[in-house]
Design a protein around this ligand. Structure first.
Ligand code: MG
Length: 368
């Protein structure tokens, strides 16, 4: 199965604004289609946030990746991944371009073999729990209300992205714990906002509140800080969600004991191929790879396929409210929990996604 073309389509979609800065208000995504000589095609989606254009990734895909991918055997994903990953040096190709092409190649392989990706990867389970992951909300009451609502809907775990103010963050963690009671799993994601002293202080407080994990309290590049914090605290410290360097940086975190649990997803890590390498590297070292949201529903579903093919992760992350993050597909049921709080492996061949062509065509800003 030879690759004959790579096509991109950027689309700007109306997304309701969120508080805080981490998600921006203008969003543009890029659908990448890898087309084979038998007429099959696979999909990946890049997402630009903070007002930037989808063209940033699209240009890399078209000008740098495409000439190196067209003509290759679509089943030789590892060969193609190594070729593209080599361009990470000097940032000659953004990792996101490698990610979307790799995801599209797995989708394509699954379609060609009539099998879901999670089974091609070596199926481990057909469902796992998801946790509800907050945006930055305006008040303590908003977090309490959202956590209670998520629990009522069946979520067994809730992760707060609070105010980036240590004292206020402890207060909101305490309020949510008091509201939901002792059974719901709670996590704090500080989005790399604390210094060492605050990180230790907050960590000790949320240990008392029986939080399940403590995510990215300090700057992601601060490996020494993560080593010391992980040693000082009982609660698992979670690190390395969006660091560059793919599997190579993961290895450094592991070697330095910088974090008790590491993070990964298909978008920031370099595709399904890289996420599986990351998870196996962690597994061999006896630690979990907890999965980060994948920046778009299609990439989240790709991450879900990986989750169903590895043992060493507990959850899939779902940002809430879910509809805020749903765009470009016909069906989002794979990213909706059942009554027990689980998400299920998508049954269709490849990623099992159906593109909403009408929506994408209506919002297209560039195709090439
Ligand atoms: Mg995070």
């Amino acid at each position: 199965m030879k690759i004959v073309d790579v096509i991109v389509q950027c689309y700007r979609y109306p997304a309701p604004p969120l508080r805080g800065t981490q998600f921006g208000t203008q969003e543009e995504a890029t659908l990448v289609r890898v087309i084979a000589d038998n007429g099959l095609e696979g999909y990946g989606v890049a997402r630009a946030v903070g007002g930037s254009s989808g063209r940033i990734v699209a240009d890399g895909v078209l000008n740098t990746a495409k000439p190196r991918v067209v003509g290759e055997d679509a089943f030789q994903r590892e060969r193609i991944w190594q070729k593209l990953w080599a361009l990470d040096r000097g940032n000659h190709l953004q990792i996101f371009a490698t990610s979307v092409i790799d995801v599209a190649l797995w989708d394509l392989a699954g379609k060609a073999l009539n099998a879901p990706v999670w089974q091609l990867l070596g199926g481990y389970r057909n469902k796992l729990p998801a946790y509800a992951s907050s945006a930055r909300l305006a008040s303590v009451d908003d977090y309490v209300a959202e956590a209670l609502q998520c629990r009522a809907r069946g979520y067994t775990a809730y992760k707060l992205h609070p105010f980036a103010d240590p004292a206020k963050d402890v207060a909101v963690c305490r309020a949510v714990r008091e509201a939901v009671g002792p059974d719901m799993k709670l996590m704090l994601d500080a989005s790399c906002e604390y210094d060492h002293e605050a990180a230790l202080r907050v960590g000790r407080e949320i240990e008392k509140l029986n939080f399940h994990w403590y995510e990215e309290p300090i700057n992601a590049y601060d490996l020494r800080g993560y080593t010391e914090l992980s040693r000082a605290l009982e609660i698992p410290v979670v690190a390395a969600e969006m660091v560059p360097g793919s599997i190579r940086s993961t290895a450094q975190y592991i070697l330095q004991n910088a974090g008790d649990i590491l993070r990964a997803d298909v978008y920031w890590r370099g595709g399904i191929t890289a996420l599986m390498k990351t998870a196996h590297l962690c597994e061999a070292n006896g630690i979990k790879t907890e999965l980060h949201h994948g920046a778009s529903p299609l990439m989240d579903i790709a991450t879900l396929h990986c989750a169903c093919a590895i043992k060493n992760c507990e959850f899939l992350e779902l940002l809430v409210p879910e509809p805020r993050y749903e765009f470009g597909l016909k069906d989002y049921s794979a990213l909706h929990i059942d009554a027990e709080g689980n998400v299920h492996a998508p049954p269709g061949p490849g990623l099992g996604v159906t593109i909403d062509w009408d929506f994408i065509d209506r919002h297209t800003t560039f195709s090439g």
